[in-house]
Write a protein that binds this ligand. Structure first.
Ligand code: PNS
Length: 159
């Protein structure tokens, strides 16, 4: 059984993430969406909130599950018999950082990273951009599923 992980901070999950998850799920028997800590970012939603938000929007994909991990991604892969990390590449600006992580992960553990080109419609999309827009009451309805849009509105309103 070929198992892959789509890791990220998913704060919050966007249509860009979902596109990668859906396409990864067509290539692997099972895909785990893993919420991990990115120590360079502060978060709007707790890990538990992100897991439940993601679970709702990926429920339509039968071979996708959701989990979290607070250590190294490669240790998660080893403990869960995952052979591949799948990441989306939006533009060349993603490349340096992603290549570095893929090489460190490969060297440390032998776990492969596979990059998928983000669909052009999502190439500008990021969770940070969504949060910035939502913070100023901008319309993010084309960037995130309705349930995520709702959660953003509530959180930004302080609820
Ligand atoms: O969505 P993000 O914030 O770009 O995701 C980055 C993430 C969380 C996948 C990355 O920071 C990560 O893998 N963190 C876990 C710790 C780890 O394994 N770091 C890589 C060692 S170089």
């Amino acid at each position: 059984m070929k198992r892959a992980v789509c890791p990220g901070s998913f704060d919050p999950i966007t249509y860009g993430h979902m596109d990668i998850i859906e396409r990864a799920a067509q290539q692997f028997d099972h895909v785990v969406v893993a919420v991990l800590e990115n120590r360079t970012k502060s978060s709007l939603f707790t890990v538990a909130e992100r897991i439940s938000m993601i679970s709702v929007v990926v429920a339509k994909f039968p071979n996708v599950s959701v989990d979290s991990w607070s250590g190294l991604l490669v240790d998660y892969c080893k403990s869960n018999s995952i052979q591949a990390i799948v990441k989306g590449l939006r533009a060349v600006t993603d490349f340096d950082y992603e290549l570095q992580m893929a090489q460190v992960n490969l060297q440390g553990s032998g776990v492969e990273t596979m990059f998928m080109a983000t669909a052009p419609a999502h190439s500008f999309l990021s969770s940070s951009l969504v949060k910035e827009l939502a913070h100023y009451n901008g319309d993010v309805s084309t960037m995130v599923p309705p349930s995520i849009n709702e959660a953003l509105k509530l959180r930004i309103a302080g609820k």
